[in-house]
Design a protein. Structure first.
Length: 151
């Protein structure tokens, strides 16, 4: 549990330092793709843990839910600078054109950050967890419907 809290803190600090220069940091489009996919993998893993509790697949554990919620909140800020134009090649799973529909793409990023910010407080109770995981998942789904290609 302490390691998870430490990892979240490191991600928070590194994410805030990294995001300002992220686009310049990617020498190749594949570097950006790997970075954002890694962030989404972490996000998906921890949302999956919360979802399993919300569905009753695993027993509700407020401490574990809090730990995952904090990770989701931090990581939800990381992938967005890793979408430089031209990074929809190779292993990218982008559909549509987030660069041409920047308003929708940016709105959905903001919606996700707003919903994930509510997770740490909401997951103190099972009812709160169910409600906020549902709200957060709806934003994920909306972005996937618009911008994620399934291969």
């Amino acid at each position: 549990m302490k390691r998870l809290a430490l990892a979240a803190a490191v991600l928070a600090v590194s994410g805030s330092l990294y995001s300002a220069t992220a686009t310049a940091q990617f020498a190749k489009p594949d570097d950006a793709i790997k970075y954002r996919q890694s962030a989404f993998t972490v996000l998906t893993t921890h949302m999956g843990r919360l979802g399993a509790m919300a569905r009753g697949d695993v027993p509700f554990d407020a401490a574990a839910a809090q730990a995952s919620a904090r990770v989701v909140d931090v990581v939800s800020h990381l992938p967005w600078d890793a979408f430089p134009p031209g990074s929809n090649t190779g292993a990218a799973k982008i559909k549509g054109d987030p660069w041409k529909d920047a308003a929708t793409f940016t709105k959905l990023q903001g919606d996700l950050k707003a919903q994930t910010a509510k997770l740490p407080a909401a997951v103190a109770t099972l009812d709160g967890l169910k409600a906020q995981v549902g709200a957060t998942s709806r934003v994920c789904r909306e972005c996937h419907e618009n911008f994620r290609q399934v291969r």
